[in-house]
Design a protein. Sequence first.
Length: 252
Amino acid sequence: MRTVLITGASSGIGAACARVLAGEGYKLLLCARRADRLEALRNEIHAQYPDIDIHTFTLDVRDNERVKEAINSLPSEWQKVDVLINNAGLSQGLDALQDGDTDDWDRMIDTNVKGLLYVSKAVIPLLKESQQAHIINLGSIAGKEVYPNGNVYCATKHAVDALNKAMRIDLLPFGIKVTAINPGMVETEFSEVRFKGDKERAKNVYNGLVPLSGLDIAETISFVLSRPAHVNINDLLIMPTAQATGTVVVRK
Ligand code: NDP
Ligand code: 8X3
């Protein structure tokens, strides 16, 4: 059975991927910064699927030394990784560029771009040993277009789009599949994080429409991972039915 390493597994899309892939028998390597959340998720999954092997570890993907150390010091039985889901990411603020907070910019660039690169570089040697290796990169509609006040977040997701294409080329000789999953609005903790804990403002983002759920994205990733060996889905854009572009939505 394949082993999947999921970054940002403590919440939203990452946690949903852990639940869905556990149901398919995957061994789970789960990481994020919040240890208590990882522990709760591990207990929840074990209650439903007692036979699934789960290893959790705390990781801030922005810390390259820690990323290298965490991957290099995985217990020997966990050193075979088949699937990497580069999911950890965030948006901070929604301001015009000229009003933006440079600490927010650093946090987004360090997490969404540099963190994804650090983790990929550390895990690729393990993926090269797998006969069914696959990297899933969480992009976004924000990586396909730019919307008002999205500036730096959109830039980081455009970078993920470019890196997904680059990985597809560079990893081709090793038979490592590479896929970008680019969602529109998914109701997770994403907007709460973007608006720095303002739950009311976060809730309003999804008012009057049915957004995607973490489960919708996890099921899509499960489908992508289940394609036959000769099939790679390079790039996938997935939106709520009520959303056409980053900003064109219909609310009831
Ligand atoms: P959540 O906020 O629910 O989850 C984000 C996850 O990323 C958390 O588990 C968080 O864990 C982790 N994370 C954040 N910063 C770091 C870090 N420095 N190191 C390690 N882990 C980190 O949001 P989503 O589930 O929605 O987001 C998952 C991905 O999907 C992101 O890349 C996001 O950009 C992308 N996406 C989301 C969309 C949406 O509408 N929700 C749409 C398109 C793409 P912890 O805080 O414990 O470290
Ligand atoms: C998250 C989706 O459109 O809010 O990547 O930026 S959006």
